[in-house]
Design a binder for this molecule. Sequence first.
Ligand code: PHE
Length: 333
Amino acid sequence: MIEQISAARAEAENRIARTIDLADLKSLDQEILGKKGTLGALKSGMAQLTSIEEKKLVGQALNEAFVAVRSALDERLHQLATGELDERIQREALDLSESFSSPVRGRAHIVTQAWQRLEDVFIGMGFQIAEGPEVETDWHNFEALNMPPSHPARSMHDTFYVDHGQPGSTVLRTHTSPVQIRVMHSTKPPIYQVMPGRVFRNETTDSTHLAVFHQIEGLVIDKGITLADLAGTIDAFTKAFFGSEFGSRLRPSYFPFTEPSAEFDIRTPDGSWLELGGCGMVHPNVLLAGGIDPEEWSGFAFGFGIDRMAKERHGVSDVREMYTNDIRFIEQF
Ligand code: PHE
């Protein structure tokens, strides 16, 4: 029996040394030391021994074999565990280094470039910059602009409503005109301000329309302001922004918040006309909503699309291209 024990022990040590992973080692543990294992079974065989002397010898040999095998298992466990960890570290290592032959310089998006140039030009003309919230009250976006709930012009705006407060009381602003009201509330006239920002309309996008786009609003309130001041300001802006070879014109139009109202176009050097935006003399009801006395003050307002300016300036045929973030498109400007 002693021989059986030492054979089983030698075999066990051999197999332990040849295990390749932790799972392998774990099943081997059972196969050797478990009740039915190669050494484990010998332990139960001891019951058949009759002589005390023999029991003592066999017991001692078994004990030694168990201790030796257990420590071989432990040692192998340690080897495999650290080996597997090393291997895993190797396998999962991320190479976070990246090298460029020369640094790549970023640039502003063409709409941001247009926005910034517009601000520069208007600041040069003596205007200040203001901004308002993109999530706006129905009151600022419509009602204060002379568009009560029943007004048909509202349906032209394809409004996104925000689930906040009373149903229908909160919108994503459909134009930058509500900022006129906010400026009137926060600034005492005279007012010479422009208000750029993002606006939203629930429209299907196509090559000339986006559901999210940008406008810049202008507001002038002073004493004795007339339509001539509006026309002169639009023309001065056109020449400052596009160049002295450009011109401008006003065409009669309608907006609820201006009276009279006009569309303004610019004349390109080749003589063609390009529609740019809307404008007009601020309606007395709008001045009243802004807390300004229409008997004392008068003013004009205008608004036009910034994306449209970027599109025209760079000859982009489809406005959607500007927002796909395709690096090949963006890098051109
Ligand atoms: N808010 C108008 C629009 O989005 C433009 C406009 C602004 C017209 C100011 C007149 C005065 O179409």
